[in-house]
Write a protein that binds this ligand. Structure first.
Ligand code: F6P
Length: 546
């Protein structure tokens, strides 16, 4: 039985410490310690974290580290890396870290080392991606396969979407990647209208191979291909990535064309496995492996570095600090890099599916908040949409500002302007502008006393809004691997502190099941008892569709 975290000594100390620090202004913390910016940062190879613009002092950090110790974080990390079945509700090990265990040191699940099978799939991926990229594996009519269409949803889509976009600069010149995830027919139509069946390879990605969206989309694409090239073309244009060989073969894909992964890899942690096949097809296996190397670097840092200088640990603890003590329940991720624009959507699943839980590891409903609502968008676009609320709204949203120092497209002054904006947001969020400063500025700009009095509050920024600044040398495969692994481990730290299982996702089941009930009714096949609103909506939509 695990202790209720809210009843631990460390938690109680934080609760009382919070009362003494909640009104402390970060601008005062910076004024009283001119070296604060140099003190609170950690660098790891090509990634640098500045966490000085957060609402904490040394005492806070000590209490947070005590909280981690109390949660037995060190042993929990070891349990994950060594293949213990920490996904207790599904009785599974959690071994995305084994997928990038670049030294291949043995990792045992049920007494069996999983590394040989992981390495065998990596070798199979290399052989296949090389064959496609160099034109040895051709389409049915003998043409090179240059359109890669990933069909999958959730963890079988978001990783490939995010990473292929992030690594666009590394794509083979003649390869184009497309993604079909949503069940909306328009998603299929959008892609199919752009491609030629003779040069298209469909990669159907589904851990379970039972997901209705993916199977429906795959069936539509299969029909489209068969209509154009005939049934025999399927084996040259369809491959599958799954843990379920039986369903893959039932679907009509030869299991020789199946890339395996395993129950110990969760969907949202799977882009390091064969789920990343479309990433590897686009950027080549060498670059895919560099991404694994970067993640491995972060894994080793997370596993072996003292918590006081451990990037994912610090980030996770700060999130708990804000969520549970300040009541800041949202977290924004703002990559100042166009190629990282899908990172917030990827992280949305990672954090919200992992930690959106209400029952703790002792099978009790929790009495404290878990999870964080994650959103974001690429800077500077995001500045021109939701930053008004972040600067002047009543809700405080801690942010991660992710800033590559070097751009892949150093065009004129574009990159300097971009970086200047990123750093300015962090400064503005922290410092803000007092009513007095706003009034002074207005007076200096020549406004009358009346105008100053009318405008000064509207021009005030309360500040004291936390940001982490994450500087990347450049968005390359290695650094991307580090960045994504950093967030995976941050989510892990939060889950350990909250005493929840971050690795199941039972919350997505109810809606899926009810949809299957409603489907026959929309077809007019049968009627069932619903609440009056749902029944009325079913009738209305049937009438409109007639
Ligand atoms: O949305 C729930 C979920 O189970 C995710 O966790 C997963 O990433 C996604 O569906 C897709 O599942 P599958 O890979 O089995 O098709």
């Amino acid at each position: 039985m695990e202790k209720n975290v809210a009843k631990t000594k460390a938690w109680k100390k934080l609760a009382s410490h919070y009362r003494s620090i909640k009104d402390v202004e970060m601008r005062d913390l910076f004024a009283s310690d001119p070296k604060r910016g140099e003190k609170y940062n950690i660098s790891l190879e090509t990634l640098y974290l500045d966490y000085s613009k957060n609402r904490f002092n040394d005492q806070t950090m000590q209490y947070l580290l005590d909280l981690a110790k109390d949660a037995d974080l060190h042993n929990k990390i070891e349990a994950m890396f060594t293949g213990e079945k920490i996904n207790t509700t599904e009785n599974r090990a959690v071994l995305h870290t084994a997928l990038r265990n670049r030294q291949s040191t043995p990792v045992y699940v049920d007494g069996k080392d999983v590394m040989p099978q992981i390495n065998a799939v990596l070798a199979k991926m290399k052989k296949f991606t090389d064959a496609v990229r160099y034109g040895d594996f051709l389409g049915y009519t003998g043409k090179k396969l240059t359109n890669i269409v990933n069909i999958g949803i959730g963890g079988s889509n978001l990783g490939p979407v995010m990473a292929t976009a992030a690594l666009k600069e590394y794509w083979a010149k003649d390869i184009k990647c497309y993604f079909i995830s949503n069940i909306d027919g328009s998603a299929c139509e959008d892609v199919l209208s752009q491609i030629d069946p003779e040069t298209t390879l469909f990669v159907v990605v589904s851990k379970t191979f039972t997901t209705i969206e993916t199977l429906t989309n795959a069936k539509t694409c299969r029909k489209w291909l068969v209509d154009a090239l005939g049934e025999y073309a399927v084996s040259k244009h369809f491959v599958a990535v799954s843990t379920n060989a039986k369903e893959v073969s039932k679907f009509g894909i030869n299991v020789d064309n199946m890339f395996e992964f395993w129950d110990f890899v969760g969907g949202r942690y799977s882009m390091w496995s064969a789920v990343g096949l479309s990433i590897a097809l686009a950027v080549g296996m060498e670059n895919f492996e560099k991404m694994l190397d970067g993640a491995y670097e972060m894994d080793n840092h997370f596993r072996n570095t003292p918590f006081s200088v451990n990037i994912p640990v610090i980030l996770g603890l700060l999130s708990v600090w804000y969520n549970n003590f300040f009541g800041f329940h949202c977290h924004g991720v703002i990559p100042y890099d166009q190629d990282l624009r899908y990172l917030p959507s990827y992280l949305q699943q990672l954090f919200m599916e992992s930690n959106g839980k209400s029952v703790n590891n002792s099978n009790k409903f929790v009495k404290y908040d878990t999870g964080e609502i994650l959103f974001g968008g690429a800077g500077t676009d995001a500045q021109h949409s939701f930053f008004q609320l972040l600067h002047q709204g009543t809700q405080i949203v801690p942010l991660d500002l992710i800033v590559p120092a070097i751009s892949h497209n150093e065009m004129g002054e574009h990159h300097e302007i971009l970086v200047a904006n990123a750093l300015a947001q962090g400064e503005a969020m922290m410092k803000g502008k007092t009513v007095g400063e706003a009034a002074e500025e207005l007076a200096k700009a020549g406004k009358s006393a009346e105008e100053v009095s009318m405008l000064k509050r509207y021009k005030t920024f309360r500040g004291n809004r936390p940001t982490n600044t994450i500087i990347l040398k450049k968005v390359d495969p290695y650094t991307l691997g580090m960045l994504v692994a950093m967030y995976e481990h941050k989510a892990f730290v939060e889950g350990v502190i909250w005493r929840i299982n971050s690795f199941d996702q039972m919350g997505v089941e109810l809606g899926k099941k009810l949809a299957l009930n409603i489907l026959p009714e929309l077809r007019g096949e049968q009627t069932k008892e619903h609440d009056s609103s749902t029944s009325h909506l079913i009738d209305l939509i049937r009438k409109i569709r007639k």
